[in-house]
Design a protein around this ligand. Structure first.
Ligand SMILES: NC(=O)c1ccc[n+]([C@@H]2O[C@H](COP(=O)([O-])OP(=O)(O)OC[C@H]3O[C@@H](n4cnc5c(N)ncnc54)[C@H](O)[C@@H]3O)[C@@H](O)[C@H]2O)c1
Length: 446
């Protein structure tokens, strides 16, 4: 099939590339000239494991191309996927300006009937509104469908290639048939293709993210209580996870959730219910708990250093909002960085992929380190914000020598307190009591 994908961000680029990989001819369209220049030069504007190789192969085999020209980019397509951003607006609701702009541009250049599929996360009713709006701008028969995307950054290619399920919201049998045919190669292991109304499909995406965000805020709240009560959340987590009704997934405490989806989607959900709808007390609480959780690491640091915090240097490992991505949108690391800079702390930061994006915000206010151990040199402590795999098994002896003061603030509970303690570190995790240095090795350094 000939496909067009509008918006070549984390969702659009993965969607277009994976659809090309399954044999379709795909044109990706974006209005950001910088992104397009990179893509046309064979470089990816984002980091996503496994994506570069797929883009290279499909460009070489001429199944994947990029353009900024929407009318020519959609001319031959049977299906047009809309994957533009739907960021949070000043009111908290989703900002749909890009959806409407793209809808208008498609309608204005339609020369034959097409199926327009919205993959962006949009409030309930958007599909209907888009269809009506486009119909006022063109005489061509057109159909719209909703096809929310559930991929996870850091595992996006795998998620797209082997989805848990595909959800489509359609109003015509022809839209269902086309999408079923398109997705068939990805669902060969009997994963479900779920057909529903566009309203339900749009709602499904928000409810999925609301559930996941709720789990995170729940475990974070319990972690803080554990800490106060002298219990260890890691032991408690294992204690509850074996209950099949609860499970282990998404129940890891940390420094709060970030990213381009959960914060804005919860906010959009709350905004959706506002006009006369039921109050979303739980979603309000999820947001409040998360905002407070993003300050938990800073609080521990302030408590540890007390009045001596200003002028200290801290190493930070992990800046992306989660591992295996360079995305820093709403990342907890940004809250920590702002707090520490305001407190007069110097920061030596390391992330395997996100340094460029962080530098674009903070410029020379931070010291950027290409290697994790380099960040430790001369620092008065280490803060771990993102759980990149390479941080899990460090050489504590080397770390001890590089750091001025042996203290670790572990925002992801990567380490066993006893192990770190035995290497002479003071250790602060999330939801577990702080562990002092081993005897004879004061926290203030040798
Ligand atoms: N990132 C994720 O993990 C994820 C997962 C599922 C769903 N989503 C949803 O998918 C949508 C896209 O998210 P993303 O993270 O890929 O966003 P993004 O910001 O990475 O990409 C959006 C792209 O759309 C382009 N764009 C904007 N307006 C345009 C226009 N008028 N014409 C052409 N291109 C235009 C931008 O230049 C950008 O490249 C959002 O609604 C998001 O909520 C994201």
């Amino acid at each position: 099939m000939r496909i067009s994908v509008i918006g070549t961000g984390y969702v659009g680029l993965v969607t277009g590339t994976c659809l090309a990989e399954s044999g379709n001819t795909v044109t990706c369209i974006d209005n950001d000239p910088k992104k397009l220049a990179m893509l046309e030069a064979g470089k990816l504007p984002i980091y996503e494991p496994g994506l570069q190789e797929l883009v290279d192969r499909n460009r070489r085999e001429e199944r994947l191309q990029f353009t900024s020209d929407l009318p020519s980019g959609i001319a031959a397509a049977k299906i047009i996927f809309v994957c533009v951003g739907t960021p949070q607006s000043a009111t908290g609701a989703a900002d749909l300006a890009s959806i409407w702009a793209v809808g208008d541009a498609i309608a204005n250049s339609l020369r034959e009937p097409k199926l327009v599929v919205v993959k962006s996360t949009v409030p309930v009713g958007t599909n209907r509104r888009l269809r009506e709006r486009m119909a006022t701008r063109t005489q061509q028969p057109l159909d719209t469908a909703s096809n929310p995307e559930f991929l996870k950054e850091g595992a996006a290619v795998d998620d797209f290639m082997k989805p848990d399920r595909v959800v489509v919201g359609v109003t015509t049998p022809e839209a269902e048939r086309l999408l079923r045919e398109l997705y068939a190669p990805f669902l060969r292991t009997d994963r479900p293709f779920l057909v529903m109304t566009p309203d339900s499909a749009e709602m499904t995406k928000y409810v999925a993210n609301a559930m996941l965000a709720t789990k995170i805020s729940f475990i974070n709240e319990m972690a803080n209580l554990c800490e106060q009560m002298g219990a260890d959340i890691n032991e408690v987590r294992r204690g509850i996870g074996h209950d099949a009704r609860i499970g282990f997934q998404f129940l890891f405490p940390g420094p709060g959730f970030g990213g381009s989806c959960f914060p804005k989607d919860i906010s959009a959900l709350v905004a959706m219910s506002k006009p006369g709808g039921p109050p979303l007390a739980l979603m309000d609480a999820v947001q409040r708990v998360n905002a407070a959780q993003k300050r938990v690491l800073g609080k521990k640091i302030r408590q540890h250093f007390g009045d001596g915090l200003a002028g200290k240097t801290l190493a930070v490992w992990g800046l992306a909002f989660k591992p295996r991505t360079d995305d820093i949108r709403e990342a907890p690391s940004l809250v920590l960085i702002d707090e520490m800079l305001a407190a007069g702390v110097r920061l030596r930061v390391h992330d395997p992929e996100a340094l460029k994006n962080v530098r674009a915000i903070y410029g020379d206010r931070l010291h950027y380190c290409d290697r994790p151990y380099g960040a430790l040199e001369g620092a008065d402590g280490l803060v771990i914000v993102t759980e990149w795999q390479e941080f899990r098994n460090p050489d504590f002896e080397v770390m001890r020598k590089l750091l001025q003061q042996p203290v670790i603030f572990d925002g992801r509970n990567l380490y066993e307190p006893g192990t770190v303690h035995s290497h002479g570190f003071m250790y602060y995790g999330i939801g577990r009591a702080a562990t002092p240095c081993a005897k004879g090795q004061p926290a203030g350094g040798d």
